[in-house]
Design a protein around this ligand. Structure first.
Ligand SMILES: Cc1ncc(COP(=O)(O)O)c(C=O)c1O
Length: 401
């Protein structure tokens, strides 16, 4: 009988996409749906990005390009990360990929043997688990519930690294929680990492330009420059520049790691397309007014969403300081019944289904991120939908008994 490789059986379809599909189906049936589900920024990049793409099209060489990324793109990335204090890297420290997801996949492929352990905090971005499972790695989950603001403590990290996982994967600001580690918190975690030299550290910091309240973005390498020997920083154009479909991601880290990713690129993708590259250079080096304006807008929306959940009795809603997500612990609803529809709410998936069916609001169940007591709100919907969507959620909770 014809067989598939075992790794395919370990890959699961994305739970987030399933919610989005349900919402799309109801919309097609004519229902008034407000979607808080997909993590897309919902804005377009500035005109200069399109102008650069059109110009590249006019001068397209049609040739294969560099497996690492063009010099112009690597230089634009280096200048970009120097603005957040990640300086002293050269082109040899960097590599590009088809989005951060592809870079993360390449890194996992480069660093993990089958059976090696990768440790990361819960809640986690869904693909971390899926990538690890496809590659046959062991996953060590480090639970960070709402009661600790969804943040990893130095003691937890110390205990995890004492077991010498091959890779520790960290995400700041976080998807799904929106939480941002302060300078002091990063410094304390960096001290722990410095004591455990046997583990690679990947910091997936693709939301590093979307930080609110003046808390700033901090990296282990800022706190302890010596860690750049084994810390790998991952970045992306997707969220910051409103370019998720353009598929441009980056890494900066040790030369040996960048070289391994470039080798994988040479076998997977060869190169980023010329037109995409030109658009990416323009996004990184051109005017920054669009991303800056959106960041300010997202901060104001964060306030609106947190205020809405704070007004619901029993819901615990840590206050995010970045990205565009809020991740309230809604377990107070479990075991209750939504009176108008007679629906009993046993868990996060049933809660999200009932919210969608009865109120037309799509959210993602927290179990997609390893935290079944919560749900994720992505608040980048068209502005006029935000307040009505939140109002519908408040009504839903008020109707539980
Ligand atoms: C934490 C995190 N890392 C990586 C990615 C992947 O980004 P990209 O679009 O660059 O592949 C996402 C996208 O949602 C994300 O939230």
């Amino acid at each position: 009988m014809l067989q598939f490789a075992r790794r395919v059986g370990r890959a699961k379809p994305s739970a987030i996409m399933q919610v989005a599909e349900n919402a799309k189906r109801l919309k097609a049936e004519g229902r008034d749906i407000i979607s808080f589900s997909i993590g897309v920024p919902n804005f377009l990049p500035g005109e200069h990005v399109y102008a650069a793409a059109r110009d590249a099209l006019a001068h397209d060489s049609g040739q294969y390009g560099s497996n690492r990324g063009s010099d112009a793109l690597l230089d634009a990335f280096l200048a970009h990360i120097a603005q957040v204090g990640l300086s002293g890297y050269t082109r040899a420290n960097c590599a590009t990929g088809i989005g951060a997801k592809h870079v993360l996949y390449n890194l996992a492929e480069a660093l993990l043997e089958e059976g090696d352990t990768i440790a990361f905090p819960v809640p986690y971005w869904t693909s971390y688990l899926d990538i690890a499972e496809i590659l046959g790695a062991n996953v060590e989950l480090l639970p960070c519930p709402a009661s600790q603001d969804y943040k990893l403590t130095p003691a937890q990290l110390d205990a995890a690294l004492a077991k010498k996982p091959r890779v520790f994967l960290f995400n700041n600001p976080s998807n799904p929680t929106g939480m941002v580690y302060s300078k002091a918190e990063i410094s304390a975690l960096a001290d722990v990492i410095a004591r455990h030299p046997d583990t690679w550290v990947i910091t997936d910091d693709i939301y590093n330009r979307m930080v609110f309240d003046g808390v700033g973005y901090h990296n282990f390498v800022h706190a302890r420059p010596g860690l750049r020997e084994r810390v790998i920083f991952v970045d992306s154009l997707s969220k910051t520049y409103g370019m998720p479909g353009w598929r441009v991601g980056f890494m900066a880290g040790p030369e040996s790691v960048a070289k391994a990713v470039v080798t994988l690129n040479s076998n997977h993708i060869t190169n980023l397309p010329e037109i995409t590259t030109a658009a990416a250079v323009a996004a990184l080096s051109g005017p920054q007014d669009v991303p800056q304006a959106r960041c300010a807008e997202f901060q104001a929306r964060r306030d609106q969403v947190v205020a809405a959940f704070a007004a619901i009795p029993g819901v615990v809603c840590p206050r995010p300081q970045g990205a565009f997500y809020v991740f309230p612990d809604v377990s107070v609803a479990f075991g209750k019944t939504h009176a108008p529809s007679g629906t009993r709410i046993g868990n996060d998936v049933e809660l999200c289904n009932a919210l969608l069916e009865t109120k037309g609001v799509a959210c993602v169940p927290g179990s997609a991120f390893g935290e079944p007591r919560a749900l994720r709100i992505s608040y980048t919907c068209p502005a006029p939908q935000l307040a009505p969507g939140l109002q519908r959620i408040r009504e839903f909770f008020a109707e539980l008994s």
